[in-house]
Design a protein around this ligand. Structure first.
Ligand code: HEM
Length: 340
């Protein structure tokens, strides 16, 4: 899996070099990283590459935008009518994606029947489970979609916000570059070396604190709950606002809004006064299952990028974190990239 990730990221960096050599060093980092993270999750989770992969990625993203626009009106009377066009578009795209994913699944099943191997990616594992009768074809398709949606944009946004913060904190760019040199040096990136990138882990935590890519966790009250005299009724849906919690001065202190990765040095909770105050991956039994995969991809991307390039913010950048199911830069992230 490490090799697959390194391959996709190196292809992106080679494209950057060509563009820089042609005289244009400015990139919209958000779309660069989202495209590559999408390619990685499509390859590692369901073995989809090439033109087919590109098409599925495009459709999945289009559905996400269409759904976001229609979800804004949840609970608004007559919202179905208000949002008729978006709903129809989302349904059409949804059918197309299901059809494509189903064709990948069937192709893999056919190759299994011919004596091939089911593959060691997520789809392979799901198909194996399906052999024992656990999943219907629709459930397999749905699982693939969940992984795609949950798995690539969050990682890409963690990296996007990291590049923004490193671009305005060159001292941290240098510090991490030095760590990469010491831990990885000129050798091949291998999974077992990534644990040695300690400062990079602090930076990752600090970015996830300041700009949590998944800005909410949801729960439902399963009984009446008394919170300091206020009763939350059984069945109430609760949205936990991670952005607010991660910026609470009472929990974090006066430097809550500052970028200070060192607060995570030797402290998993970054000095937060409450152990439940830092939860970018949620909590309890439903905690994010992709957090190790994300950490791996995050460290590989940063290692490869910072070993070859330095980054600064473009004068065109407008800081506007925007809540669109995920927390993203409202106007993209234009950065100037220069080879070292
Ligand atoms: C920086 C990256 C990521 C962030 C910030 C993130 C955040 C979250 C959060 C907040 C939840 C809800 C947890 C809860 O309700 O307690 C969640 C759930 C989930 N995440 Fe992630 N995630 C990330 C990456 C990934 C990746 C890479 C994958 C898969 C490849 C993934 C798959 C999932 C799945 C399947 C769930 C639902 C788990 C369940 O309901 O049991 N996530 N994630």
């Amino acid at each position: 899996m490490t090799n697959m990730m390194v391959e996709s990221i190196s292809n992106m960096l080679d494209r950057w070099t060509i563009q820089i050599n042609s005289g244009n060093p400015e990139f919209d980092m958000e779309s660069e990283i989202i495209g590559t993270a999408g390619e990685i999750i499509a390859k590692t989770s369901f073995g989809v590459t090439g033109e087919n992969g590109v098409q599925v990625l495009k459709n999945l993203r289009a559905v996400q935008f269409a759904l976001f626009n229609s979800n804004r009106y949840v609970g608004v009377p007559f919202s179905n009518i208000l949002n008729f066009k978006q709903n129809v578009k989302a349904k059409e795209l949804g059918r197309e994606i299901d059809g494509r994913l189903l064709s990948f699944i069937n192709e893999r099943k056919r190759s299994l029947v011919k004596g091939g191997d089911q593959g060691h990616d997520l789809l392979g594992m799901l198909i194996k489970a399906d052999h024992t009768g656990n999943f219907t074809a629709k459930e397999l398709v749905d699982e693939c979609k969940t992984f795609f949606f949950a798995g690539h944009e969050t990682t890409a946004l963690a990296l996007t916000w990291t590049f923004m913060l490193l671009a305005i904190h060159p001292e941290w760019q240098d510090s991490i570059r030095e760590e990469i040199r010491q831990v990885i040096g000129d050798s091949k990136i291998e999974y077992n070396k990534l644990g040695g990138l300690k400062k990079m882990s602090w930076v990752m935590n600090e970015v996830l604190r300041l700009y949590p890519p998944a800005p909410n966790a949801q729960r439902q009250a399963r009984t009446d709950i008394d919170v300091n005299g206020r009763v939350i009724r059984n069945g109430t849906n609760i949205w936990i606002d991670l952005v607010a919690m991660h910026h609470d001065v009472e929990l974090w202190g006066d430097d809550v809004n500052e970028f200070k990765p060192e607060r995570f040095d030797g402290d998993l909770y970054g000095g937060c006064k409450n152990k439940m105050g830092f939860m970018p991956f949620g909590f309890g039994g439903r905690m994010c299952i992709g957090r190790n995969l994300t950490t791996m991809e995050y460290k590989i991307v940063l290692s490869l990028v910072l070993s070859r390039f330095e980054i600064t913010v473009s004068p065109g950048y407008r800081h506007s974190p925007t809540h669109m199911l995920s927390l993203r830069p409202g106007y993209g992230l234009p950065l100037i990239v220069r080879p070292l």
